[in-house]
Design a protein around this ligand. Structure first.
Ligand SMILES: Cc1cc2nc3c(=O)[nH]c(=O)nc-3n(C[C@H](O)[C@H](O)[C@H](O)COP(=O)(O)OP(=O)(O)OC[C@H]3O[C@@H](n4cnc5c(N)ncnc54)[C@H](O)[C@@H]3O)c2cc1C
Length: 378
C-alpha cells in the first residue's frame, strides 16, 4: 500500500510514524512545504487528559514527548491587578519545534520518507497513491483540491489575535486582562520550557478599531502589546516569529472523505486556541485513522469510512465546546463588570463542560474563595 501525507505537522508526522511502525511494508511519504526546523508559533499546551491517549497509542514516542514537556498546576486569571488562582487545572507545555523534532526522529527511525520543501499545489503530485491524507493545516490544499465534496464551511471570528513568544517567566497558564481606553485586550500566556513562554494577545473589535490597531503595522502592534502588558512582561520583550494579527477562521467539513482523500487535524476542523487542544485533537485524529487502518487493513474505503464514523462524535463534542469558548471571548466586553473572582468563575463555566459541582471537586480552594465572595456580597 502507498500512502501520501500532505503536511509534516503534528498530525501528519504522527500518523506517518504509527502506520509505518505497525507495517514496515507500507510506503509512507510525507510532503512538507517547509524545512524541518521551520515552524510558526512557539509553544503549545496539552491538558492532562491528552497524555494517556498518546501512551495508549505508542509508548515509545509518548516517553519521548513526556521527556520534553513542562507540566504545571493551576490556572491564573488576572484582572485589575488581582490574581485569582484556579487550583487543580493541570496542563503541560511543549515547544512546537521540539514536538516536531521528536516526531521527525521517530519517522526517520521507522523509514518514513519526508519530502521537505515540497509544496503540493495540484492533484498530479498525488497520483499513484492508495490513500492521500490531508494533514496540511488550516489552509489545507487537499481540502481545496477536494472541494466541493468535503462541503467545507469557513467563517472568521471578529476578535483579532497574535501569537508571540517571550523570555518572561510565568508560573502557570495565565489569562491577563489589562485595561485599555476602548474595548478589551487579553493575553493568554504560559511557560513551555525553562527559557521561553508563549504570549498570545487577543483583542475585541472595539479595541482593534478604538485603539488604532487597525491602522498600525505589525511592528507597531507588537510595541503596543508590549506597552499594555508591561506589568506582566517584567522588562522582557515580545518575540515575533513572522507573527501577524488575524481573525480566527472557524472551519468544519460535512464530509471528511472524498475518494481516496481524507482530512485530519486542522485541515479537518480548526480548534480555537482558547481550549488549548488543537495539537492534541490533531494527534488524536492521527491515532483514530491509524486504528481504522488497523481494522480495515488494505481496504482503503473501509478504513476511511471507519475513521469518520468512529471519530466524528468525539470531534463534534469538542467543536461544540470550542464554539462556546470562543463565543465567551467574542463577548468578553460584557464580562468586564464582574469582579476578578466572578470573572474567573464565569470563564471556567464557559464551555458548558464544567458546572459548579464539578468545579467544586476540581478546584476546591477556588470555589471556597468564590463562595466567600458571594456570601460577603449577600
Ligand atoms: C495562535 C494559535 C495558538 C495555538 N495554541 C495551541 C495550544 O496552546 N495548544 C494546542 O494544542 N494547539 C494550539 N494551536 C493549534 C495547533 O497549532 C494546531 O491545532 C496544530 O498544529 C494542528 O496540527 P496539524 O498537524 O493538523 O496542522 P499544522 O500544525 O498546521 O501542520 C500542517 C503542516 O502542513 C504543511 N503544509 C501546509 N500546506 C502544505 C502544502 N500544500 N504542501 C506541503 N505541506 C503543506 C505546513 O507547513 C505544516 O507543517 C494554536 C494555533 C494557533 C493558530
Amino acid at each position: 500500500m502507498k500512502i501520501a501525507i500532505v503536511g509534516g505537522g503534528p498530525s501528519g508526522l504522527y500518523f506517518a510514524y504509527l502506520m509505518k511502525k505497525r507495517d514496515p511494508n507500507i510506503h509512507v511519504r510525507v510532503f512538507e512545504q517547509n524545512t524541518p526546523d521551520a515552524t510558526y508559533g512557539f509553544g503549545v499546551v496539552f491538558s492532562d487528559m491528552a497524555l494517556p491517549y498518546f501512551e495508549e497509542a505508542d509508548e515509545e514516542s509518548f516517553k519521548a514527548i513526556i521527556g520534553a514537556i513542562k507540566a504545571w498546576d493551576n490556572h491564573t486569571i488576572v484582572r485589575h491587578d488581582e490574581r485569582v488562582t484556579i487550583d487543580g487545572v493541570n496542563f503541560s507545555g511543549i515547544a512546537r519545534l521540539d514536538l516536531l523534532r521528536i516526531l521527525q526522529g521517530f519517522c526517520g527511525r521507522v523509514g518514513v520518507d519526508i519530502d521537505y520543501e515540497n509544496r503540493i499545489a495540484t492533484l498530479d503530485a498525488l497520483t499513484g497513491y492508495d490513500a492521500v491524507v490531508g494533514a496540511d493545516g488550516i489552509n489545507s490544499v487537499v481540502r481545496t483540491l477536494g472541494a466541493p465534496h468535503f462541503a467545507t464551511k469557513i467563517y472568521e471570528l471578529t476578535n483579532r489575535f497574535a501569537w508571540y513568544g517571550t523570555e518572561a517567566r510565568f508560573e502557570t497558564v495565565t489569562l491577563t486582562f489589562r485595561p485599555v481606553e476602548r474595548g478589551v485586550i487579553v493575553a493568554h500566556h504560559y511557560p513551555y520550557n525553562d527559557a521561553m513562554s508563549t504570549f498570545l494577545v487577543e483583542c475585541d473589535r472595539a479595541a482593534w478599531e478604538g485603539e488604532g490597531l487597525d491602522r498600525m503595522n505589525d511592528e507597531a502592534r507588537m510595541a503596543y502589546a508590549e506597552q499594555v502588558f508591561a506589568p506582566d512582561l517584567g522588562g522582557h520583550k515580545l518575540i515575533s516569529n513572522n507573527t501577524t494579527w488575524r481573525c480566527f477562521p472557524v472551519i468544519t467539513n460535512a464530509h471528511w472523505v472524498h475518494g481516496n482523500m481524507v482530512l485530519i487535524g486542522d485541515a479537518l476542523r480548526s480548534a480555537h486556541f482558547s481550549i488549548g487542544s488543537g495539537t492534541r485533537l490533531a494527534m488524536e485524529d492521527a491515532i483514530a485513522l491509524w486504528r481504522a487502518f488497523g481494522e480495515a487493513g488494505a481496504d482503503v474505503p473501509a478504513a476511511l469510512a471507519g475513521y469518520q464514523a468512529a471519530r466524528r462524535p468525539i470531534v463534534e463534542k469538542m467543536t461544540t465546546a470550542a464554539r462556546a469558548s470562543f463565543e465567551w471571548y467574542e463577548d468578553m466586553a460584557s464580562k468586564m463588570h464582574l469582579s476578578p473572582v466572578a470573572l474567573a468563575h464565569d470563564y471556567m463555566l464557559r464551555s458548558g463542560r464544567i458546572d459548579d459541582a464539578r468545579l467544586r471537586r476540581l478546584a476546591p480552594r477556588f470555589m471556597e474563595r468564590y463562595d466567600r465572595e458571594r456570601a460577603a456580597a449577600g
